[in-house]
Design a protein around this ligand. Structure first.
Ligand code: 13P
Length: 281
C-alpha cells in the first residue's frame, strides 16, 4: 500500500494536513527536509512543470530518495499541475508517489477520460492521482493587485468526476488562489463542508500562500488534508538571496552564500507545518 494514502487517511481522521512544498533546486529541497526533520513531520515535495523541467524529475526523485534515506523521514514526491500524459508517465517511471493532473482547462469529459486512464495505470503501481476540474486562478508570485474573480468548485461536477475516475485527491477551488495578493484570500467553508461530506476522496488546497493562519486551520478542520505552498518559499528565497549578495559583495563561493537562504526557506516551511498541525510530538 502507498504510504502516502495511509498518511492522508490519518490526516483526515485526526484533522491535520500534509504540507506540499514546491522545490526546484538543492537549496529548496534541503530547506524543506531540514524543517520537516526538526519537526518529525512527513512531507510532500512537489515540482510544477516549469520546476520539473529545470531540475529534471529523475534528479528531484533521487535527491528526495537520498534525503529520505539519510533522515529516515517519509518524503513523498508530487508532480504538481502536470498537463500531459507524457510528463505523468515519466514522473511515474522516475519514482513520484503522486501525480496531480491539472485538466481544469479541458472540457470535463476529456479531463475525466484522461484522469480515469491515469488512475488505472497509477494504482497498478501504487501511485496516487490528484485531479482538478475548476481552474484555480493566479500564479505563484507576488501580485500587486487585489484578488481576481474566481469560479468555485461545482459540487455536482465534482461528484461525477470523482465517481467516474476513482481519483484519490481533488484540488478544490473554494476561494484559494495561487500567489500572494494585496488582500488575503478568504475560504468558503460552507462549500468545503459540502464537498467534504459528498465526496469519497481526499481534498487538497492549492494556493496556500497568502491565506491567513486561522483560515488554513479552519480549512483543515473541515476536510483539507494537503496544502500546497510555493510563493511564500519563493519570496523567502529571493529576498534572502538579495540581502546576502548585497551584504557580501566580495564573496564568490556559492556554498558560503547559500546557507542563510536555506535557513530562511526552512523557517517558512516550519511555520506552515506547525499551522497544518502535522507535528509528531
Ligand atoms: P502558492 O504559490 O499560492 O503557495 O500555491 C502553490 C500551489 O498551489 C502549487 O500547486
Amino acid at each position: 500500500m502507498n504510504g502516502l494514502k495511509d498518511l492522508l487517511e490519518k490526516a483526515k481522521k485526526e484533522h491535520f494536513a500534509i504540507g506540499a512544498f514546491n522545490a526546484c533546486n538543492l537549496e529548496t529541497v534541503a530547506a524543506i527536509v531540514h524543517a520537516a526533520f526538526e519537526l518529525h513531520s512527513p512531507v510532500i515535495i512537489e515540482s510544477s512543470p516549469g520546476e520539473t523541467k529545470f531540475i529534471g524529475s529523475r534528479n528531484l526523485a533521487c535527491l528526495c530518495k537520498n534525503f529520505a534515506e539519510e533522515t529516515g523521514l517519509p518524503i513523498y514526491i508530487n508532480l504538481d499541475h502536470c498537463r500531459s500524459m507524457e510528463d505523468a508517465y515519466a514522473a511515474m517511471d522516475d519514482g513520484y508517489d503522486l501525480i496531480h493532473f491539472d485538466g481544469s482547462r479541458l472540457p470535463l469529459e476529456e479531463n475525466l477520460r484522461i484522469v480515469k486512464e491515469l488512475v488505472t495505470e497509477a494504482h497498478d503501481r501504487e501511485i496516487l492521482i490528484e485531479g482538478e476540474i475548476d481552474y484555480i486562478e493566479g500564479s505563484s508570485e507576488k501580485h500587486d493587485e487585489g484578488l481576481p474573480v474566481i469560479k468555485t468548485t461545482d459540487v455536482e461536477s465534482a461528484k461525477k468526476f470523482v465517481a467516474e475516475t476513482g481519483v484519490d485527491i481533488l484540488a478544490v477551488s473554494i476561494g484559494n488562489i495561487h500567489g500572494v495578493f494585496t488582500e488575503p484570500e478568504l475560504l468558503n467553508f460552507d462549500l468545503l463542508r459540502e464537498l467534504s461530506s459528498q465526496l469519497p476522496c481526499f481534498l487538497s488546497l492549492h494556493g496556500g500562500s497568502g491565506i491567513e493562519t486561522d483560515q488554513l486551520k479552519q480549512g483543515i478542520e473541515n476536510g483539507i488534508v494537503k496544502v500546497n505552498i510555493n510563493t511564500e518559499l519563493r519570496i523567502a528565497y529571493r529576498e534572502t538571496l538579495e540581502n546576502v549578495l548585497r551584504g557580501n559583495p566580495d564573496e564568490y563561493a556559492m556554498y558560503k552564500l547559500l546557507p542563510p537562504i536555506i535557513e530562511e526557506v526552512a523557517r517558512v516551511v516550519s511555520e506552515k507545518i506547525k499551522v497544518f498541525n502535522n507535528v509528531v510530538k
